[in-house]
Design a protein around this ligand. Structure first.
Ligand SMILES: [Zn+2]
Length: 384
């Protein structure tokens, strides 16, 4: 284990936790005295915007997201179509995705897949995907046309497949009941609910960094791709001709490269590293927000069964990355954002994320290549 670890502790365990840390010789500091207060503040903001369809002002619930995507599809039917990944979740929901293309009937272009909302509590990732879908269609012109122009260039090169809420059951539960819920809502033999979808992929499934205990936040499930969410996304991705897979998570400000499940590097690691560093430099140049680039074992810890490893290993997607969005690992706030910070976060990163994609993807065109709640009662380490 490297770097910082954030731990949520119930008040009744606070004293014992600190004593244990001190006895073991760990240095620690209290980042946030009362996480619930931040959650309450966020909820007040969400409540004030109830019924809103503006993802830049608030976190939308599932109905709001559905409405937003339907409206977007109606506004730019020549560019964007909504489709169902297939199957249904444990609670009977469908998983919606959008395809954005200059030729929806088959452009022959390679596909870039972007996945958000796998971990229920990472609300900002969902806003990220909505923003990306909105921008890449060129529906709106922001910043004097800059975004629209970039988006056109992005669509000239690739088709985009965006999955805003990969884990709708978990998101609905985190939104309305328990803000820091992470997993899906699978019934696990009647004890604890939920499988961590980002430990359920077929990349050293069952290995380090995942748990076989159903009550764990990193419970991997019974078998690789056992969950409707992972199975559906995998099946859908296998129908397209892919160039890149980008998995969006929060938080910590990392750009993670394969492999997550082992310390050794893929043979094309230097190429991936060059692209990621270029992307990071572009991101940092806008608002001086540095992202750490590297593999999970180098930066954090080994994590088996992750999506981006699976996509590279089993679906042959060469350019497979994971983003951990803001805030940074030293921040006193994490999954929950205050209203004022939501728009700030979107403005600071998401349109630039479009640029980032463009820059990164340009680098991997064939030519370039040939050249060379409410209250979370669990006490546990925060897994991102
Ligand atoms: Zn995550």
């Amino acid at each position: 284990m490297r770097g910082d670890v954030h731990i949520h502790v119930e008040p009744k365990h606070e004293k014992k936790c600190m004593e244990t840390l001190e006895r073991a010789g760990f240095k620690y500091s209290v980042l946030q005295e009362d996480i619930q207060r931040g959650i309450d503040t966020e909820w007040q903001s969400i409540s004030r915007h109830a019924g809103s369809r503006d993802y830049t002002q608030t976190y939308l619930d599932l109905n709001g997201i559905d409405d937003f995507l339907s409206t977007l599809e109606a506004e730019v039917p020549q560019r964007l179509e909504r489709f169902n990944l297939g199957g249904t979740t444990a609670e009977g929901r469908q998983i919606w995705a959008v395809k954005v293309s200059t030729d929806l009937n088959g452009s022959g272009k390679k596909a870039v897949w972007i996945e958000c909302g796998t971990h229920a509590r990472e609300f900002i990732t969902i806003s990220t995907c909505l923003e990306t879908a909105n921008n890449v269609t060129c529906k709106i012109i922001w910043w004097f046309g800059v975004v629209a122009q970039k988006a056109t260039a992005m669509l000239d090169l690739y088709d985009y497949y965006i999955v805003p809420v990969h884990n709708p059951d978990g998101y609905d539960y985190a939104y309305w009941v328990s803000r820091l819920w992470r997993k899906n809502r699978r019934q696990n033999n009647g004890i604890c609910l939920g499988v961590d979808l980002n430990r359920n992929w077929n990349a050293n499934f069952g290995g380090s960094g995942s748990s076989g205990q159903s009550c764990s936040d990193t419970y991997r499930g019974n078998s690789a791709l056992s969950e409707p969410e992972t199975a559906a996304l995998n099946a859908a991705i296998q129908t397209t001709n892919n160039v890149a897979f980008i998995s969006i998570h929060s938080y910590s400000q990392y750009i993670l490269l394969p492999w997550g499940y082992q310390s050794s590097k893929p043979s094309d690691y230097n190429t991936l590293l060059r692209i990621a560093r270029s992307a990071e430099a572009e991101l940092e140049s806008y608002y001086n927000t540095a992202y750490l680039v590297g593999t999970p074992p180098d930066i954090l810890y080994v994590a088996s069964g992750g999506a981006y490893d699976h996509m590279k290993l089993n679906n042959g997607i060469k350019y497979s990355f994971t983003y951990e969005l803001r805030p940074g690992s030293g921040s006193s706030w994490g999954f929950e954002l205050r209203k004022t910070r939501l728009l700030l976060q979107l403005k600071r990163h998401l349109p630039r994320f479009g640029n980032l994609q463009k820059r990164s993807m340009q680098m991997i065109t064939p030519q370039a290549e040939s050249r060379k709640i409410k209250k979370d009662k669990m006490t546990r380490t925060t897994e991102r």
